[in-house]
Each structure stands twice: as structure tokens, then as C-alpha cells.
Design a protein around this ligand. Sequence first.
Ligand code: ADP
Length: 258
Amino acid sequence: MQTSPAAVSPSSRPTREPDLRAPLIQVTNLQKTYKTPRGTLNLFTGLDLQVQRGEMVAIVGQSGAGKSTLLHILGALDAPSAGTVYCASTNVANLSPREAAAFRNREIGYVWQFHYLLPEFTALENVAMPLLARGATKREALALAANWLKEVGLDDRGSHRPGELSGGEQQRVALARALVNNPRLLLADEPTGDLDQTTAGRVFDLIESLHASHGLTSILVTHNLDLASRCTRALKLESGRLVPFAAASHSGPHPGTM
Ligand code: ADP
């Protein structure tokens, strides 16, 4: 496991570690309601989810089913309308904006379909950002970021700006940035959705390997059933709930209409 710099590690996690056998994620009776011009949209209808530590869970489902919203709620980027959401021993529904930001920085690595790297900074500086946000010195942050670039196979690309990297390389840098603070939970929203099939497979290989080597718990939203079939288990979000999904390996076109 990567060691955090001394400046940012003490008291960065609750000192009383919870029962390690307890699920890392426990969602009960989750509801999310949006008021829209056409009326109330009830996105989740009492959704329940338990994820054990070390699991790699795929979430599939039609576009608009609420997959991104669910990840946002788990990652304290959005609030539930009702229900309880325990994530990494924290009741994420009860966090103030400041606490939510600290929780995200400490516990969550987030990867999106698009890398959202800052174009004016180098790959190395992009990876160092979350460490700086957490109080590491520039020297410590750059040293750890360099280790992470090496870990994602890009130690020779540190001085490149995102625009000088391929799509797969950009996503590798985004993964390094997501994990540089040593979070427990990786949330990935279509992490390979913008990549060709071969590159998508390689990026997924990397996610799998980082998941195992860093003891992560990972939740991946994907339309790619081949990749979903490689996860510990797959769930389908339909009619506001999660149901078990048999993601047998599929070949052929990307099932983008799911
Ligand atoms: P998915 O990731 O499965 O494609 P999303 O979670 O992005 O689905 O969105 C689920 C539904 O919630 C969509 O119909 C979307 O339009 C709606 N939605 C998302 N955010 C809002 C919002 N802030 N206000 C109203 N409706 C929203």
C-alpha cells in the first residue's frame, strides 16, 4: 500500500477502526426525488445495497436509470431524499459541505468517463493536486505523485500536459489522481466509456490490478458487459432498485442502448 506523507496521514482517518467484517457500504431504503416541470421524479424506490470490503461491483442499467446519481450519493457529491447511506463508516447523508469535501478527499477515489484533468498542469502536477489539497508539502506531493505515475505505467510522461497524452494515458493519470490519497473506495462512472475496445480492456486491467494491490473496494458503472462480467458481481439498476445481474461475457458491439 502507498504510504501517505506524514503531513497528511495522522488523524486523517477515524482512529477507532470499525469492524472489518462489516460492509463498507450499507444503503437502506434509499430514495431520491427530483422536482421537474413535468412533476416529481422518484429515481429510487427504496433501494438497498451492501458492499463488502474488497468487492468489485459492476452496476449496469439503462441510460437515465440513476446509476450516476447513485455513485454521487455514495461519494457524498449529492444527498439522498430519504434513507440511510453508510459509506466507509460514515453516514454520508449527515455531512456538512465541508465534512463532505474532507470525506471525499480522504475516502473516495472518483474516476469519470472523461478524465477532467486540468489542461494547464502537467500529468505529475495533476496527480499531486489531491495531496496538496490535503496539506502535503509540494515536495512530498510531487514525490508521491511520481510513485503513482510509475504505478500506472507513466513514469516517463510526468512532464506532459493532458493534451499531449492519449485517451488511455489520460485515464491512467486520472486513476493515479483518484488513488493518490490512498482512499478505501474507488467509484468509477463509465471509466472506459470514451476509449476504444483495446484501450478500454487495458485500462480495466489496470483498475483490476490496482483494486487488488491496494485493497480497494470498487464500484464501477459500465455499459460494457464484458467488463461487468469480470467484477466480483454485477447489479442492474432498474425500476429504482438494484437486482442481481448475470453479466456473462458478451462480444460484439458496445451495448450503448442499455
Ligand atoms: P444514469 O447514470 O443511469 O444514466 P442519471 O443518474 O444520470 O442516470 O440520471 C437519472 C435521471 O435523473 C435522469 O432522468 C436525469 O434526467 C434525472 N436527473 C438527474 N439529475 C437531475 C436534477 N438535478 N434534476 C432533475 N432531474 C435530474
